[in-house]
Design a protein around this ligand. Structure first.
Ligand code: C2O
Ligand code: CU
Ligand code: CU
Length: 507
């Protein structure tokens, strides 16, 4: 995919022979601040309908399909989506519920569907081993066993995740529970509880996605889409608004803040609510990370959510080539002249029991370097790590390069113990499944492998800069019962690379 689209981009450059047409590498400094007219109402992904089957399971249907989207009036862009031409509906389920998602693949090529942040059996996780051939369907089933959180879903095809996600195969999955329900938080979906799926894109002169501009981190766009809307505004009618921010970009880190510098409350991270709100004026998210924030507005005012240059922890030269100097207008928030008073930001949220290193049976080390983890690229037939069901582990994750990476673990939520030996900042103090790992940094994270063992299907850990994942910066772990040894099922994935048929990783 990369090769084909790059060739197209180059061809377009030659044809136009315009100055400034610079497909690789790095995009220079981009800012859209002040250039966005906020003339389109923010689209809200529809809530996915569900039915209840004879066993009491909540059943959803998602169809991955191709289509066309008019991001700008009159310009049709080829896009992919679930049950629509672009993005997917928001799934909502309660902790304790059994869910089944019937995933139909009508893309014309294989895919998989992964539930990012979900604690579930490896066989339902939708990783690269769970291929859904074109024209086929899969029906992953699991019990939701985690607290209220903002999760998401996207394909996870070995070697071709970046492309499929960038075409629009992304959606949100909101988990609810009683503890969240008992808090005075805005939760009227699309009214005062707003999903924000943020991505960067670049359009070619033909109106199609142009994926030719790349930094080391991956494909970089020059403008943002929020829920697929260019230049969106949001009308709000309550004094406090909850924003569920998802950085669904494939490569770009974003640092969200308001143009007037107003403080807001960070109330949740990847895996759910914090113990108490953290007052801040910005929240930085690398690809795949989420944050829930509460913003307070006054009657009749407007404020603009922006992304200002994220701190990538690199030299300035590396930062500039990897979106570290870019800024964007994201969303204009327009408060009505009369607002419903929905109270204040609560002082306390949910209790969180700290996982203790003293309880860890195992310590593992993961070094991120040169699109490898511990010097290895992923091999679909190799098990890299074996965990025993019920054990607590501490992982030391470090980046030995001058470029940024991130680290995501499937199937579990973890806690960050230390960042370079120090306690984590507030935005890393809650449940996490994805963390940014700047050059030279070392993070220690702790997690428990509970509930699900399966000697035959692995979970993944990987860099969530998706081009790195596609390049093989990923490993496989299997959770077994005490005494068991992993026995990977022969799923035909051995030595296979769907993205660039026949080519080895990192070609
Ligand atoms: Cu969101 Cu393995 O990924
Ligand atoms: Cu994931
Ligand atoms: Cu990486």
């Amino acid at each position: 995919m990369f090769r084909r689209s790059l060739a197209l981009a180059l061809a377009a450059c030659v044809a136009l022979s315009l100055a400034g047409c610079d497909p690789v590498p790095g995009g220079g400094v981009i800012t859209t601040i002040g250039d966005v007219d906020f003339s389109t109402e923010l689209a809200i992904p529809p809530l996915a309908p569900s039915t209840t089957d004879a066993d009491g399971r909540r059943v959803f249907d998602l169809t991955a399909q191709r289509g066309e989207t008019e991001f700008s009036p009159g310009v049709a862009t080829t896009t992919w989506g679930f049950n629509s031409a672009y993005l997917g509906p928001t799934l909502v389920a309660k902790s304790g519920e059994d869910v089944t998602v019937n995933v139909h693949n009508e893309l014309g090529e294989p895919t998989t569907l992964h539930w990012h942040g979900m604690h579930l059996p490896a066989a339902a996780d939708g990783g690269p081993h769970s291929l859904i051939a074109d024209g086929e369907a899969a029906s992953p089933t699991w019990t939701v066993k985690q607290n209220a959180a903002t999760l998401w879903y996207h394909p996870h095809l070995d070697g071709d995740t970046e492309h499929q996600a960038a075409m629009g195969l992304d959606g949100m999955f909101i988990v609810q529970d009683d503890a969240e329900r008992a808090l005075p938080l805005p939760r009227d979906y699309g009214v005062d509880d707003i999903p924000l799926i943020v991505q960067d894109v670049r359009f070619g002169d033909d109106g199609q996605f142009d994926t030719g501009t790349k930094g080391y981190v991956g494909t970089l766009g020059d403008q943002l889409l929020v829920n697929g809307t260019i230049g969106p505004y949001l009308d709000v009618s309550t004094s406090v608004v909850r924003l569920r921010l998802l950085n669904a970009a494939v490569a770009r880190s974003l640092d969200f803040r308001f143009d007037d510098g107003r403080p807001f409350a960070l109330i949740g991270t990847d895996g759910g609510l914090l113990q108490s709100p953290v007052d801040t004026d910005h929240v930085q998210l690398s690809p795949g990370e989420r944050a829930e924030v509460l913003v307070t507005v006054k009657p009749g005012e407007t404020t603009v959510l922006q992304s200002t240059p994220p701190d990538l922890g690199t030299t300035e030269a590396v930062s500039q080539k990897n979106a570290g100097a870019d800024s964007f207008d994201v969303l204009q928030v327009r408060a009505s002249a009369v607002l419903d008073d929905v109270g204040e930001v609560p002082g306390a949220l949910v209790p969180m029991t700290a996982l203790l290193p003293a309880d860890a049976a195992v310590t593992r080390t993961f070094t991120l370097s040169d699109a490898t983890i511990n010097g290895k690229k992923v091999d679909m037939s190799r098990v890299d790590e074996v965990m025993t069901l019920g054990t607590t582990e501490v992982w030391s994750v470090s980046n030995s390069m001058a470029q940024p990476h991130s680290f995501h673990v499937h199937g579990v939520q973890f806690q960050v113990l230390t960042v370079n030996g120090k306690p984590p900042p507030p935005e890393l103090a809650g449940w996490k499944d994805t963390v940014f790992v700047p050059p030279g940094e070392q993070l220690r994270i702790i997690m428990v492998f509970s509930d699900y063992a399966d000697a035959t299907v692995p979970y993944m850990y990987h860099c969530h800069l998706l081009t790195h994942e596609d390049d093989g910066m990923m490993g496989q772990f299997v959770v077994v019962r005490p005494g068991e040894t992993p026995q990977l099922a022969d799923d035909g994935m051995d030595g296979m690379d769907m993205g660039m048929a026949g080519l080895p990783h990192g070609g």
